[in-house]
Design a protein around this ligand. Sequence first.
Ligand SMILES: [Zn+2]
Length: 84
Amino acid sequence: MTEVKQFRLLPPRDPTACKICGRNHLPDKPHDAQQLHYQYHFYFQHGRWPTWKDAIAHCDKATRADWEDALKSRGAWTEPDKTQ
Ligand SMILES: [Zn+2]
């Protein structure tokens, strides 16, 4: 396995975009877990790839519940592997 020691992530091309995921969304809304910008930003901070649970962690309880339900109904919900 290759170990990532250091890299620098360029800011999103759109200066009004979220600095964490690179998409335009209100600060209290979920990050886009499918964006490479988000995935690398998260990996740089946490040493693992993000899940949807991570992408909605900063949202309020109702938003988290809505997104979790919607993603689960589409079979798209992901969360960190609890065995790690
Ligand atoms: Zn974001």
